[in-house]
Design a protein around this ligand. Structure first.
Ligand SMILES: C[S@@+](CC[C@H](N)C(=O)[O-])C[C@H]1O[C@@H](n2cnc3c(N)ncnc32)[C@H](O)[C@@H]1O
Ligand code: SF4
Length: 375
């Protein structure tokens, strides 16, 4: 079971916190970019050895900026080159201001069956402070349209620990989503990334420093509130009602192969990772002229082990000791030795064959994982 990720590196406006790869001045070369992504899909069609593709994910950037004919062109390139006999899930990330009935109907017609909508907050103060284009009202309208067109499987992204978001407002955000019966919710802790306007604004004292206490408190509130409403926290940042886990994202956490196309996209197949160049013009030029546009990193057994620990620990299933014994016999002894402190300290619990993070463990997930890493 394999996946395809398409990175659409266009945004209408830069959100203050975001350091994903995107450009806001893409209009003069958008055709060349879509042609290049299609060409990459053709060039790399052998990576799965005709293994069937189960999931496709349009991410970004802002894939909802694609016109209907650009979407058609990308779908053509995929269907011409890949085995889609077992296709299960096709997701597109969307910004609320782009959503229209026409767009949604076109997506549905193409076989897109999951939408990930970037709501972030239902409070306009948060949206304005973070330089989002949309308003809370547009986000609500987008959700209604998504439901009206008949998309059952969709997700919304929220951010928490935003400087202006009080605990009461956070709960109101969640209640709004619950009232809409949104089947999947991602909640991301706002982080200050390098080379973002947010970092500059904090440095200049225009936005207050983020509070770690607030982020811990809000994370706990989210876990409690969503558990009360039957959402399973199947990964640290992801909550789903029964039957609505993201298949594509779950495949990342289970180390299944995927091909990422477009500038900055990375891939994982045949024991290696590849990273595409993170520059739009360089990417287009290299793809057009047949020059290299990605580097290849061969993964060692130790790299695999560390990644396995990091990703599995973040999921609700946790680390299955039988699987660990099978995949990494050489590291099992050290792993088991290190679990005892965390079991005693209450960050880990052991269920059947699985080591899972407790609520307290989820607060320090990255630290716990790093303690198990082989160096
Ligand atoms: C890269 S965006 C792409 C989706 C779409 N363009 C949008 O803005 O909704 C995916 C999600 O990552 C999250 N995100 C991006 N930067 C973040 C940051 N610095 N801290 C926390 N979450 C972040 C946001 O919730 C966003 O919806
Ligand atoms: S959060 Fe989304 S819309 Fe905002 S800059 Fe990042 S990718 Fe673009």
């Amino acid at each position: 079971m394999a996946g395809i990720y398409l990175h659409i590196p266009f945004c209408a406006q830069a959100c203050h916190y975001c350091n994903f790869h995107f450009s806001t001045t893409f209009h003069s070369y958008r055709k060349e970019m879509i042609d290049a992504i299609c060409k990459e899909l053709t060039i790399r069609k052998e990576v799965f050895d005709n293994q069937s593709v189960a999931t496709i994910y349009f991410g970004g950037g802002t894939p909802s900026l694609l016109t209907n004919s650009e979407i058609d062109q990308l779908f053509d390139a995929i269907t011409r080159n890949y085995n889609l006999g077992d296709l299960k899930e096709v997701t597109i990330e969307a910004n609320p201001e782009d959503i229209s009935m026409d767009l949604l109907k076109h997506w549905r017609g193409k076989g897109i069956n999951r939408i990930s909508l970037g709501v972030q907050s239902f409070f306009d103060d948060d949206l304005q402070q973070m330089n989002r284009i949309h308003t809370a009202m547009q986000a609500e309208h987008a959700i209604r349209m998504i439901q009206e067109v008949g998309f059952k499987n969709f997700s919304i992204d929220f951010m928490f620990a935003l400087p202006l978001l009080s605990n009461e407002q956070l709960i109101k955000n969640l209640e709004r989503a619950i009232a809409f019966n949104v089947p999947h919710i991602s909640c991301y802790n706002l982080t200050v990334k390098e080379q973002t306007a947010l970092l500059e604004l904090i440095k200049r004292g225009k936005i207050e420093e983020l509070s770690e206490d607030k982020s811990i408190q809000q994370f706990e509130l989210i876990m409690g509130k969503l558990a009360d409403h039957r959402y399973l926290q199947y990964e640290i940042s992801n909550y789903a009602l029964e039957g609505y886990k993201s298949i594509h994202n779950s495949a990342y956490w289970e180390q299944r192969p995927y091909l990422g196309v477009g500038p900055s996209a990375h891939s994982f197949y045949k024991n290696s990772r590849t990273h595409n160049v993170r520059n739009n013009k360089k990417y287009i030029n290299a793809v057009q002229t047949g020059s290299p546009f990605y580097d290849v990193e061969e993964l060692s057994e130790r790299d695999f082990f560390n990644e396995f620990i990091m990703t599995r620990l973040r999921t609700s299933k946790g680390i299955n000791i039988r699987e660990l014994e099978l995949l990494f016999p050489k590291y099992v002894r050290a792993f088991k030795d290190k679990t005892s402190d965390f079991l005693r300290g209450g960050q880990l619990a052991f269920f059947g064959d699985e080591y899972r993070l407790t609520k307290a463990g989820k607060m320090v997930a990255d630290y716990v994982a790093s303690e198990f890493f082989e160096v």
